[in-house]
Ligand binder design. Structure first.
Ligand code: F0G
Length: 659
């Protein structure tokens, strides 16, 4: 593989040679930079796995510094005696806590510093220090800042090292007197660390003045506490809009992992820790009560204006209240909710309820969107934002539907569209749409996951706007599925909502929408969400089986090409949603999918194979007794029958028992 030319500029935020872990920081920085060049970006969980390799690079030493540089925040690190592996946990640090450092100009010899320490400690001192570690962790856990300060009192190092740093006690006292919660000698060098919140400036000043009075040369640094660990800053990772979009009514991008916020101008949509960013809407939606919101949304149903009729923009006040945005809308949404349970007296449709074993079953047919799939809900918002940000070209990787939707909305908006498709793995209807709507097509010799990695890289390199569901505005638009469904239910709540799952954007969006509706009082309880995967593309299901403790990307293979995905981008978002709604994940075979599809097709409703996975899953869970026959269930059909004409005959043959 050709290695790209790179120029590396490393910035270590701490002065070297002062016992502050600069050498460990350099090792971690180098390791992550090399991985980033190779296209690997790690989540926090994955970074823990790098610990052993990084400690080895540091000659088996300084695991404490390595772990902190890797993970950020306050880290507890320990070695597992059984297998010799290092293990680290990052604990919570109150957001307003700041570190004030006083870095003296004289180097403190680490070896000399160590030789000053006694060979043994009294039991009283040992209990004192260990007890203070416990106090520190407990204080951090509950955000008790005074407790944190008390916990910094040290009897192992400070009293002995003060011999070569006689001014130390006075400096520590000065910091505490100026409002620091605690102060101590940091690491093995001469630097003083004080922790403070609102009085950080006063503490800095007190340290400076006291050091001056005591004739100690040095400098004071006020540092924000880093919550993510080392980050690789290549220009592409900082893709931002050319138009200034920094201030927007409290709407920001946020990383739920690191609790960091970014302005809407940042367009790479991944935090430095690798986690996809979400749109944080702050207090939006709390300006009216739930009755007023419902009335407004119900009134808009009677309007003839496209933005009111759209099943996305009808809810604009809750989704994206940007006054200066022009919606690019068809209008989308407003899809039918078909009653297909056994208790319905509606002839043919009952057959689906009989097949699934349910008295009350509804099909929400998202294949009735303008381009024939649920993707239009997210795409109308994604493309509108692309225009608002001043972008001229958009791109996505797709198993087909996203590309069809993006191509159509980009054409409407006058934007250049580039789609990355896994060669030979896209259903005919979808490919035809992308071609017809004028997208530039790049066939990727590989699967969707490869196309996804390629397109993300191209977007970063060339400043093209990424419109996969990694893009949080797509997820935001797709949340409207929850609002529209609830409105169709008269703001009542079904027991279960079941949907097919691939890249996990839709599971995430539906859940986030429902949680939001609940927070705003539009509903008073949550339905349980069920994600159904194809058995050949079941990485989310496998992870669910381990209680979400493990996650392993796989090579996917299913006839339902739309969900033929082995490394879903929205894994963490979807995991949170399944946990928050007490939901579950199940898998169905290709045969189950085709069988369900044949039944849905036969009654005249029809859908593409991936969509039928939801009904196949419902049937399985009713058979297993997990869904009760009297439960109220909504199954989401995500794509239109015409998307995949080749699957029609195959499904009929499966239903007739010929395959
Ligand atoms: N159903 C259909 C018809 C789809 O096209 C997709 C995804 C899904 C279900 C799964 O939704 O990814 O949000 O979990 N299609 C994407 C695409 C990947 O490129 O069109 P998900």
């Amino acid at each position: 593989m050709p290695v790209p030319a790179v120029r590396v500029r490393a910035t270590i935020g701490v002065p070297p040679g002062r016992g502050l872990g600069s050498s460990a920081t350099a090792v971690v920085g180098g390791l992550l930079a090399a991985d980033a060049v190779a296209g690997r970006v790690y989540s926090t969980e994955q970074r823990v796995d790098l610990l052993d390799a990084a400690v080895e690079l540091e000659h088996g030493k300084h695991a404490d510094n390595i772990a902190a540089a890797l993970l950020g925040g306050l880290v507890v690190v320990t070695r597992d005696e059984r297998n010799g592996a290092w293990y680290a946990i990052r604990t919570f640090v109150p957001a307003n806590l700041r570190a004030v450092l006083f870095v003296p100009n004289f180097p403190m010899d680490t070896i000399l510093g160590r030789t000053l320490l006694p060979t043994g400690y009294t039991k009283v001192d040992a209990v004192h220090n260990i007890g203070h570690v416990a106090l520190l962790l407990a204080a951090l856990a509950i955000g008790d800042l005074k407790g944190i300060g008390a916990a910094m009192d040290d009897r192992f190092h400070e009293p002995y090292r003060a011999h070569i740093f006689p001014q130390l006690p006075d400096l520590l006292c000065a910091a505490r007197a100026a409002g620091a919660y605690g102060a101590c000698l940091s690491g093995s060098g001469p630097t003083i660390l004080a922790l403070a919140a609102e009085h950080a400036e006063e503490v800095a000043m007190a340290l400076e003045e006291t050091a001056h009075a005591l004739n100690v040369d040095g400098r004071v640094i006020i540092a924000e506490i880093d919550h993510c660990g080392a980050s690789v800053e290549a220009d592409p990772y900082r893709a931002t809009s050319k138009v200034d979009k920094s201030q927007h009514g409290g709407i920001v991008l946020s990383c739920t992992n690191c609790e960091i916020h970014f302005t809407l101008g940042r367009t790479d949509y991944r935090c430095d820790c690798g986690q996809p960013l979400d749109v944080a809407l702050g207090n939006i939606g709390t300006e009216m009560n739930s009755i007023a919101w419902r009335q407004l949304f119900d009134e808009r149903l009677r309007s003839l204006k496209a933005v009111d009729r759209s099943g996305v923009w009808r809810f604009r006040d809750l989704l994206l209240p940007l006054p200066d945005i022009t919606p690019i809308t068809r209008p989308e949404g407003q899809t039918n909710l078909y009653l297909v349970g056994r208790s319905q007296d509606n002839g043919g449709y009952r057959r689906i309820g009989e097949f699934a074993g349910l008295d009350q079953l509804w099909l929400k047919h998202e294949g009735e969107n303008p381009t024939g799939s649920f993707k239009d809900r997210g795409m109308t918002v994604g493309v509108s934002i692309a225009k608002w940000l001043g972008m001229t070209a958009v791109a996505c990787a797709s198993t087909g539907n996203t590309s069809a939707s993006m191509a159509a909305y980009a054409a409407q908006a006058g934007l250049r569209a580039i789609v990355f498709l896994p060669e030979g793995k896209v259903a005919a209807g979808k490919l035809s749409q992308a071609i017809a709507y004028g997208a530039e097509i790049r066939q990727i010799p590989g699967d969707f996951d490869r196309a996804m990695a390629d397109v993300e890289r191209m977007c970063l390199d060339d400043g093209i706007y990424l419109l996969n569901s990694l893009n949080p505005f797509r997820i935001l638009g797709q949340q409207s599925l929850a609002f529209e469904l609830l409105q169709q239910f008269g703001w009542d709540v079904p027991d279960w909502i079941v949907l097919p799952a691939g890249n996990l954007g839709n599971t995430s969006a539906l859940g986030m929408g429902l949680l939001r509706a609940c927070q705003l009082g539009l509903i008073t309880r949550l339905p349980r969400i069920i994600s159904i995967q194809a058995a050949g593309a079941n990485t989310f299901y496998q992870s669910y089986q381990t209680g979400f403790t493990e996650f392993h990307p796989i090579k996917a293979k299913t006839i339902a090409t739309a969900i033929n995905i082995g490394n879903p981008v929205s894994y963490s978002r979807a995991k949170a949603v399944i946990q928050a709604t007490n939901g579950l994940v199940a898998q169905v075979t290709d045969e189950d999918i085709l069988h369900a599809k044949a039944i849905i097709d036969r009654v005249g409703i029809g859908c593409e194979p991936a969509s039928a996975a939801s009904v196949a899953g419902v049937r399985q869970l009713v058979t297993k007794g997990i869904i009760h026959p009297a439960d109220r269930v909504v199954s989401v059909l995500t794509g239109n029958l015409l998307k995949d004409p080749d699957a029609v005959l195959l499904a009929q043959r499966v239903a007739l028992g010929e395959v």
